[in-house]
Design a protein around this ligand. Structure first.
Ligand code: EPU
Length: 294
């Protein structure tokens, strides 16, 4: 592995990715890299550039579908402890991209800080959540983000702050390859009220979405302006539709469940079938929220 010489401890070749995603589907990465420090990350980026190796950045894999064939190039996951550091300072918290969003939500609620309870039960890394402005009807992470520390594809590190940093529905204007950390501004509030809201969000999701114990990637399609994609798919009569091992959830139609034996191809076929039927029946072109990696 001369390309990554000196970095053998953090680079694995032909590494199965399935267990790094919530669908637990898909082939191997040509190179799977888990840098432990920012310096190592810079080093890896440099070596990838020198050797024309494509870089994919993986968070907790809750919003990606990996092709059955696997991924050419490097898949980089910020797994080192330094990428998960979480430091509260009054009503602010600086948190690494590799930190667990669900743990951050619980820690904030425990401190009586409000702002993140809307994100209860979203299985994501903080970096992934910022990258796609994770959220739902209760709020999104973008409303708390003051600034982010980024690394571009050449290894340069820089900050981007509000108002230059703008969040929209499942979008943010970050083009840099890596989000390293985020500074979030929360609000001191009544701990009991915050806990109550967290429980309400939790219960709402328990009642309306398939459990996290099933293999799914959350909502597959973005909501078209003014509509719920789930309700359009439901109205098209597609709940329970199954192709191979991929099945439209009976509980919330914007979720695809991977049943036993499901392949990435099964999910792609089901996505196409859903798009076609919703377009025929409602005249709406559904757009993917799920990222397809091939
Ligand atoms: N509905 C149906 N049938 C369905 C699903 C939904 O009739 O199969 C109806 C519901 O009864 C409700 C309406 O559609 O009246 C909206 O449903 P819901 O409250 O579940 O919200 P959503 O717009 O479908 C959004 C986010 C979810 C987030 C929830 C709750 C998107 C694409 N989805 O769903 O986010 O969890 O709000 O906050 O923005 C995700 O992004 O992965 C995700 C799951």
């Amino acid at each position: 592995m001369s390309i990554f010489s000196g970095l053998e401890e953090i680079v694995k070749t032909d590494y199965p990715l399935a267990n790094n995603t919530w669908y637990r589907i898909g082939g191997p990465a040509e190179y799977f890299v888990s840098p432990q420090t920012v310096e190592q990350l810079k080093d890896v980026v440099g070596k990838c550039n020198e050797n024309n190796i494509r870089i994919n950045v993986l968070g907790f894999g809750s919003n990606v579908l990996i092709s059955d064939k696997g991924i050419r190039g490097a898949v980089i996951k910020l797994e080192g402890d330094c990428f998960a550091e979480t430091k509260f300072d009054g009503d602010q918290v600086r948190v690494g991209a590799g930190a667990d969003l669900r743990k951050l939500v619980r820690a904030s609620v425990k401190k009586g800080l409000s702002g993140l309870e809307a994100l209860t039960s979203i299985p994501s890394s903080v970096g992934g959540a910022v990258r796609m402005n994770a959220g739902g009807r209760f709020g999104d992470i973008g409303s708390c983000v003051e600034s982010v520390t980024l690394m571009d594809g050449d290894g340069n590190i820089f900050e981007k702050s509000k108002p230059e940093l703008m969040f929209d529905y499942r979008e943010v204007n970050i083009s840099a390859k890596f989000i390293l950390s985020a500074l979030l501004k929360l609000n001191e509030g009544d701990p009991e009220q915050i806990l109550r809201t967290m429980k309400e969000v939790f219960v709402y999701k328990e009642n309306n979405q398939p459990p996290l114990s099933t293999r799914n990637s959350g909502c597959v399609f973005k909501n078209p302006s003014g509509f719920s994609a789930g309700s359009l798919i439901d109205r098209a009569g597609l709940k329970g539709l199954q192709l191979g091992g991929a099945k439209v959830s009976e509980k919330h139609a914007n979720f695809i469940i991977a049943e036993k034996g499901c392949t990435s191809r099964d999910i792609l076929r089901l996505i196409d079938a859903i798009k076609e039927r919703v377009n025929e029946q409602c005249g709406t072109e559904l757009e993917l929220e799920l990222e397809i990696w091939d």
